[in-house]
Design a protein around this ligand. Structure first.
Ligand SMILES: [Fe+2]
Length: 91
């Protein structure tokens, strides 16, 4: 699990800082989802499993929140995302 920003923030151009922050935040949330789901698979305690899977679901919401912001600050990503979604919807 991430406890530090996985980029050299001082090397990032100012215009890209928000994009880098959103991507790092998404990586941390995705990592947390994996961790909680893996721990849920390890336990036989149904209460612990339920708590872990509930928190994993909350982390998925956090991914969506960060991704929404990233799409607002990264126009290229928004275009790629839109084009890919359109192409997939035609399949
Ligand atoms: Fe989170």
């Amino acid at each position: 699990m991430l406890s530090e920003i996985p980029i050299q923030i001082e090397n990032v151009e100012f215009k890209n800082i928000d994009k880098e922050i959103m991507r790092a935040a998404m990586i941390a949330e995705l990592d947390a989802i994996n961790l909680y789901e893996q721990m849920a698979d390890l336990t036989d305690d149904e209460d612990i499993k339920e708590v872990l899977l509930d928190i994993a679901r909350e982390e998925k919401i956090h991914v969506a929140m960060f991704e929404t912001v990233l799409l607002q600050v990264d126009e290229e990503f928004l275009k790629v995302y839109s084009d890919y979604s359109l192409a997939r919807s035609r399949d």
